[in-house]
Design a protein around this ligand. Structure first.
Ligand code: XMP
Length: 509
């Protein structure tokens, strides 16, 4: 495995992703980890990440300098390299001006990190400070016009430093440099597969949980379904899943999930019908944040009540993914503004005094899908687009009524059907319909209509942090619109949302 030390760079997840894509396991940890912990991980190599600090700042992040005596290859990137150079007796010059953007890298020798790399290649710079004097044993291995020490190496100790960012797309040969580090320098093997991960993980769950019970809030999304199936494989019926039907689900959703998860995969699931409780509490509510808060509160109440009925439950399983973990441990992950209160079960473990089982917490979303495949989750669940906890409530702008819910369900069903038929379902991050609190005039069979407007949203995205509206073919959009207006009574106009995120968000509320 490769240990990545997080000095606060916005690109850390990209480093981790690049390593994982090479089928090498890696973890990101904060700089305050101690040496015993590091050696216990037995890493084949360590990557010191970049970061926004200058090593001369008092509070700049630092890791125990003992890592340089562990006899483990180290790659320092940007701040990570400056930290290494400073720690080993070199000097770093503070910035007079920042260098930001593309630079041409001139490589001295095509060896080690630069094996099979063009002698002249582009790289992406983003730094203020630069190296003034190298410690003993280090040599300059590449330069750019304005940065003499763009790369450095201590060949014998296998310490390497890059002033630029090899992990970003703007460094076209950067991935190859990382591969050279992993396979030539650290001698890693391509051993990180989802099959090996699932076997280890199932054993670990067995050892931790023993004969105790685990409860899990099942939503039918890929994360909670994979978590459920993995734990089920470890402890069978001692995993008790709770599925809360909040009345805000899509057409036939609860029924379909019951069929696949309970009948086909034999998971132990308790279905709780709480439709009326949720819908009653939402009567007359139009404010998006109020909707979210009400739904979150009732969910927790119902889940807790159901969980209390299960005797001997010591653990709560959650489908937490790695990006959430990294965000919360990041050395600089300060509080961000609340844009939307997400409905999640984060508050549960504290309240319920349960221990957590989070088997996906070192995986990225696409790895979760691969894991799902490896453990036999049906394709339809693996490739389900994300669906928000508050469900259709935040896709009905204005008041939620049973009538409006059923109109939106029909619209959404047609949309998904057409998107699937057109071969777009997997290509899109999400595609869904929104019901607007507006009516417009139309004409149908020579008669005037005055009906609802439905908006269609289809976006591409890698991680939901940013998203772009999908350039769906006009023919497909035409089919969707025709079918909705013809088949759903109550809708006489369809519009397509062409906003990206930011500045819009994916969901409308
Ligand atoms: P936004 O609308 O913030 O959404 O751009 C980003 C992603 O998060 C999903 N989403 C939610 N997921 N609970 C969830 O589990 C929520 O309350 C929630 N709100 C938004 C949204 O569908 C998109 O994928």
């Amino acid at each position: 495995m490769i240990l990545i030390i997080d000095f606060g760079s916005q690109y850390n997840q990209l480093i981790a992703r690049s390593v994982r894509e090479c089928r090498v396991y890696c973890r990101i940890d904060p700089p305050d980890v101690d040496l015993d912990y590091i050696t216990s991980l037995k890493p084949e190599g360590i990557i010191l990440s970049g970061g926004p600090s200058s090593i001369y700042e008092n509070l700049s992040p630092k890791i125990d300098k003992g890592i340089f005596n562990l006899n483990i290859p180290i790659l320092g990137i940007c701040y990570g390299m400056q930290f290494m150079i400073d720690a080993l007796g070199g000097t770093v010059k503070s910035a007079t001006k920042r260098e930001y953007g593309f630079a041409e890298l001139l490589i001295k020798n095509n060896e080690d990190l630069f094996k099979n790399i063009d002698k002249k290649t582009k790289c992406w710079m983003s730094h203020g400070d630069s190296i003034e004097k190298l410690p003993k044993g280090f040599k300059i291995t590449a330069s750019t016009e304005s940065t003499k020490v763009a790369a450095t190496a201590h060949k014998r100790k296998k310490f390497y430093g890059l002033q630029f960012h090899p992990e970003v797309q703007h460094t076209p040969q950067g991935k190859r440099m990382l591969r050279n580090f992993l396979f030539d320098i650290c001698k890693c093997k391509h051993s990180w597969t989802m099959k090996s991960f699932s076997e280890n993980s199932i054993n670990e769950i067995k050892e931790t949980v023993k004969d105790k019970k685990v409860i899990l809030g099942l939503s039918g999304g890929v994360d909670s379904s994979v978590t459920a199936l993995l734990i089920h494989k470890a402890i069978g019926k001692n995993l008790i899943c709770i599925f809360v039907d909040n009345g805000l689900l899509r057409k036939n959703e609860a029924k379909k999930l019951k069929k696949t998860l309970k009948e086909h995969l034999e998971l132990n699931i308790r279905f709780v019908n709480a439709k009326s409780e949720f819908l009653k509490a939402l009567v007359g509510v139009t404010d998006p944040e109020k909707k979210r808060k009400i739904i979150g509160r009732i969910f927790i109440k119902i889940f807790e009540a159901e969980a209390k009925k299960i005797k001997g439950a010591d653990y709560l399983a959650q489908g937490t993914l790695y990006p959430d973990v990294i965000e919360s441990i990041s050395a600089f992950g300060g509080p961000t503004a609340v844009i939307k209160s997400h409905h999640n079960v984060g508050a549960l473990p504290k309240k319920m005094k349960l221990k957590l089982v989070e088997p996906l917490k070192y995986l990225f979303k696409d790895e979760v899908r691969l894991l799902g495949k490896a453990i036999g989750l049906p394709e339809e669940l693996i490739w389900r687009q994300p669906f928000p906890g508050p469900g259709l409530a935040i896709r009905i702008i204005g008041e939620i009524t049973t009538k409006r819910l059923s109109v939106l369900r029909e619209v959404d069903d047609i949309l998904i059907d057409e998107i699937k038929k057109g071969g777009y379902y997997r290509k899109l991050w999400q595609s869904f319909a929104v019901l607007l609190p507006l009516k417009s005039v139309g004409v149908m069979g020579d008669r005037r209509t005055y009906e609802n407007i439905a908006a269609i949203r289809a976006v591409t995205s890698k991680d939901a942090m940013t998203a772009d509206w999908a350039r769906l073919p006009h023919k497909l959009l035409g089919n969707i619109s025709n079918r909705i207006i013809n088949e759903v009574s109550g809708v006489n106009r369809v519009v397509y949302d062409i906003s990206s995120k930011p500045p819009s968000t994916i969901e409308w509320e």
